[in-house]
Design a protein around this ligand. Structure first.
Ligand code: SF4
Length: 349
């Protein structure tokens, strides 16, 4: 007669799980470890305003490809204004840059939880590896993220299961813990070996695509929040991703395109209240001067902005540059004294 531990509770495998899929290697491997146990899986991928699927740095653009290769359904969730509001004051603070990893992961878990409720899934699967990332993957952080998202005990981490307390799914035998892994730390050796076992060709490297961990981009984000009453807009954030940025005053910021494609993006992002500058007689970039709502733009500030945009034009150094100024559908022309490099550098963010 079989003991109770040999008996699989009826219907358990019929329960589904949702995996947070990033397109990187770890969530791919975690999903495979779960699929190997004949558990039905659906995926959620989250795009934040700072983790761009098209940035070319990260793995987000691969997510659809990975879901297809795994044969699972994928739902993509876009975080927008609510993410920017969280970033103003994340409950659990920032990492080494402007990355609020614990709050960010909790938001991702919540998005996955919504999908779990919609499709009747019982557990969340993630590719997290204990101690791989300093802010969000140590024991206490993993526990906090579960609690914040109301998923305590419901998260299966197949790559590190043996190093962590068993999830409810492991406790009741829904998933066989002995077939999960005990990986911890930053080395990717074990993941690469597992990728080989699964026959994954060209596993992606571990570089993340989150701009909030980039020190120079973080400086821009910090400056934006410092000088915004309330919460910045998605347009403000998109503008952070292009051009050179200059803080001209507490109320005014200038963005200067670095090449034609950035100029095009900036034209698209330019708002009616912005001031845009372009040199008339020489080839040069587009400059956008954005000032805080309700603030006045002094002539001095206008001259400084034009002087910086002129500096990046082909006009000879030190010259007065004729600029077109466009504001609220009106065009005018102004002469601006080009700033020298040291003045320009001082204002750079
Ligand atoms: S690195 Fe970026 S996307 Fe990843 S958890 Fe941290 S803030 Fe979120």
């Amino acid at each position: 007669m079989p003991s109770s531990s040999d008996v699989e509770p009826i219907g358990l495998k019929k329960q589904k799980v949702v995996v947070l899929l990033s397109g990187g290697l770890d969530s791919n491997l975690s999903t495979r470890l779960v699929l190997n146990q004949e558990i039905e899986v659906e995926a959620v991928a989250v795009k934040t305003p700072f983790c761009d699927f098209d940035c070319g740095k990260g793995c987000g653009h691969r997510v659809k490809e990975v879901a297809d290769s795994l044969g699972i359904r994928l739902k993509t969730v876009y975080f927008g204004d609510q993410y920017l509001a969280m970033l103003k004051k994340p409950k659990h603070g920032f990492g080494s840059g402007m990355n609020p990893c614990i709050d960010c992961r909790a938001m991702m878990y919540k998005a996955a939880k919504d999908h779990m409720e919609n499709i009747g899934a019982s557990y969340l699967v993630t590719g997290e590896v204990l101690s791989q990332r300093p802010m969000s993957q140590h024991r206490q952080a993993l526990r906090i993220i579960e609690e914040e998202s109301d998923l305590a005990g419901k998260v299966i981490r197949p790559l590190s299961a043996g190093k962590l307390p068993p999830s409810d799914a492991e406790k009741i035998g829904f998933i066989d813990r002995s077939k999960l892994r005990s990986i911890a730390g930053r080395s990717r050796k074990e993941q690469l070996a597992l990728a080989k076992e699964f026959g994954i060709q060209d596993p992606p490297n571990s570089a993340g695509g989150c701009l909030l961990t980039d020190p120079s981009f973080s400086k821009r984000v910090y400056d934006l929040y410092e000088h915004t009453d309330g919460v910045p807009t998605l347009n403000d954030v998109e503008l952070l991703k292009v051009g050179r940025h200059f803080r001209l005053s507490a109320h005014a910021k200038l963005i200067v395109g670095r090449n034609q494609s950035e100029n095009e993006i900036m034209k698209f992002l330019c708002l009616n209240d912005d001031y845009s500058f372009e040199a008339i007689e020489f080839t040069g970039p587009l400059g956008i001067l954005r000032i805080k709502k309700g603030s006045d733009l002094s002539n001095d500030l206008m001259q400084i902005a034009g002087g910086i945009v002129g500096r990046y034009s082909d006009a000879p150094r030190g010259q007065i540059v004729k600029m077109t100024l466009f504001h609220q559908q009106k065009e005018s022309a102004i002469d601006c004294q080009m700033l020298d490099n040291s003045e320009v550098r001082k204002l750079s963010i």
